[in-house]
Design a protein around this ligand. Structure first.
Ligand SMILES: C[S@@+](CC[C@H](N)C(=O)[O-])C[C@H]1O[C@@H](n2cnc3c(N)ncnc32)[C@H](O)[C@@H]1O
Length: 213
């Protein structure tokens, strides 16, 4: 069986198609933004958007007044597309971190964070080793009592995205993966409509990191 080169895969995805035609493009990241705002954290809270791609969430967070935003992706092309969308006057509010969440050596340099936001990234990690790396990194870079917003394909959602196999979740399997240091604060299902008009069922979760409680 041929090993997939994931970095190459994602570089090609963002090189071959305009970002606003990709199957996960959202004009507005409404459920994520509502969860972030519901936390009522100061506007200089440190928010990391992992596997952010070229998502409009970064611009929207800036519009809402947030000033301390990290944008991570495995794809340098995605981050370049994202950076190009930003006003020059806002660029100092965003740090761009090219790094692999399953083999990270950069994100820790920018920690600790108040919010970890992941939409449509964790579900691409299918091996136990990759899932453990993800959770280990999450725990390493979050402040105690900080929050993780994780949105993945729901167990009743699609089986593949971007041609890749997925691990789908519900609130219980996400809780099991993250472990008891994470308290589930809120979750809801969300039907996302792709640019093609097809629907995809996601689960959105908000966890609080409460180690040693
Ligand atoms: C389906 S897209 C979602 C993009 C964005 N979060 C959004 O909601 O629009 C998945 C993203 O995860 C990124 N990604 C995949 N594997 C990654 C990894 N191991 N480390 C960091 N980013 C990764 C991809 O480059 C891509 O931008």
């Amino acid at each position: 069986m041929n090993e997939i080169n994931y970095k190459q895969h994602w570089e090609t995805v963002y090189t071959n198609k305009p970002f606003n035609e990709l199957g996960w493009y959202e004009k507005e990241s409404t459920p994520s933004l509502e969860l972030i705002q519901s936390l009522n954290l100061p506007k200089d809270a440190k928010i990391i958007n992992v596997g952010v791609g070229a998502s409009t969430i970064v611009q929207d967070l800036i519009k809402l007044g947030y000033t301390n935003i990290a944008a991570n992706d495995i794809s340098s092309k995605a981050l370049a597309v994202l950076e190009n969308q930003l006003d020059v006057k806002d660029k100092h509010k965003v740090v761009f971190i090219e790094d692999d969440l399953t083999n990270s050596n950069q994100i820790g340099n920018f920690a600790p964070f108040d919010i970890w936001h992941d939409r449509a990234v964790l579900h691409f990690f299918n091996s136990d080793a990759d899932k453990v790396d993800y959770v280990t990194l999450l725990k390493k870079v979050l402040k105690p009592n900080a929050f993780a917003i994780i949105a993945t394909f729901h167990t009743d959602g699609a089986l593949k995205c971007s041609g890749l196999e997925l691990t789908r979740y519900d609130e219980n399997t996400l809780q099991e993966l993250l472990g008891l240091d994470f308290k589930l604060v809120k979750f809801f299902n969300y039907e996302y409509t792709m640019p093609s008009g097809e629907n995809r069922l996601y689960i959105y979760t908000l966890f609080q990191y409460c180690p040693n409680t």
